[in-house]
Design a protein around this ligand. Sequence first.
Ligand code: FES
Length: 98
Amino acid sequence: MSKRITQGVARPAPVSVLINGRSVEAYEGESVLTALVAAGVLTMSRDSFGRVRTPFCNMGVCFDCMVDVESSDGVTSRVRACLTPVRAGLRVTVAELP
Ligand code: FES
């Protein structure tokens, strides 16, 4: 179930992105973090001690939203989800909960 605001909001046609292999709807130009949270994903990565990290600042400072993103051209990058815009066909990998 999407956690998006639906009333009084106009958005472009949705695109499909994969989050850990699961297809979800997102909107080009919104942040990957927005797409993740809207899909109910709050765990982004793990620190060097194996502790789960979840977004904190939503403005590129805390680095707690690091995810792996593979674009449609096959290039995988470790990025901050809050600063990375959604594009059609992105494949996002986030940490799995134990
Ligand atoms: S949420 Fe802090 S860098 Fe993305």
